[in-house]
Design a protein around this ligand. Sequence first.
Ligand code: PLP
Length: 383
Amino acid sequence: MSNTKDRTIQISEPVTGKEELDALSVPLETGWLTQGPKVKEFEYEFANKHSTKYAFATTSCTTSLHLALSSIGIRPGDEVIVPAFTWVSTANVVVYCGAKPVFVDVRADTYNIDVEKIKDNISFKTKAIIPVHLFGLCADMDEIKSSLPRNVKVIEDAACAVGASYKSRMSGSLGDFGAFSFHPRKIITTGEGGMLTTNDINLAEKAEILRNHGASISEEKRHLGAKPYLLPDFDVLGYNYRMTDLQGAVGLAQLNKLDNFLTERKKWARWYLDEISDIPWIKLPHFSQEFDHSWQAFVVVINEDNSPLSRNEIMEKLLEAGISTRPGTHAVSNLGYYREKFSTKKSDFPVATMLENCSLALPLHNKMEAEDFEYISKIIHSI
Ligand SMILES: Cc1ncc(COP(=O)(O)O)c(C=O)c1O
């Protein structure tokens, strides 16, 4: 095997094909393009898969999170706890509600919120927490819940955790709400798209209304009902966060592939864990039998104390060899908007800051072949 590749190994690539194309023909032929029967079927199957009573398809995980906070009634003056190391929208949605995100540092081994540090950040204003199942590893939900007062609502940011589980319980069923992403870098995709899950009928009713402009009657019921003169009431300020039936149809086709995607991801994640375990300057991601990781991303940490090159130089070397990598994610607490608005300081989030600087996502997706993984291992070993 040579040290160059004739194509770049992407950090992530969606797997779509004939099944998705065929699925799209149904809404295109029937003309039902907005939220309709395909979205309903997708929601039903998704809820089944994640052991929840309700699932609502949305335009993204970000809008699902916003819907969750709005349904709970988060408003100005409230505080919501979020991990410092995550995608920016986990915190943005709190600001959309006029509330304050309270950042808590994460653990260096799991990259998830550090439960030990939650207690110090709870105040009488704390109304909710958004634990993130980062890269597909569930946050320690039992420990998180037992560290909170009973009135604090728990919203899982399960953007990366479709099909993941925690102590044999599915992601999305572990809190008051679960929010998932179908962005193409995630495990299954609808282009853009998201899902909100819950087991609570009261929260479900609120979320369903808020997703559809705050309308008291859904478009579908109105369209199919026998009273064409009926207009919905709008008693609350809602949003248009509905998914299209085109996306619903693609989502169903993708959901049929989920088990195979997960099996392959697990196989290759374990392969990486074994194959590059001999490299002293790479710290491998946490692996535990109790947490069934969905491996949305395989994120390692470069120990710059003993590595031959810095994290960024390693990323450049890999790119030269045709291997695309990314930093894990952001220390959101350190981003300009949050520093400016909430006077956050880097020094309060040392682990998130270290992870932002030293984490590295290696390619792991369902379009990769054995030779791609072997090639990546060879190049890393040659550094
Ligand atoms: C942890 C986390 N939360 C939220 C999101 C937002 O998802 P979406 O792009 O579907 O809004 C992402 C996307 O990368 C994410 O990684």
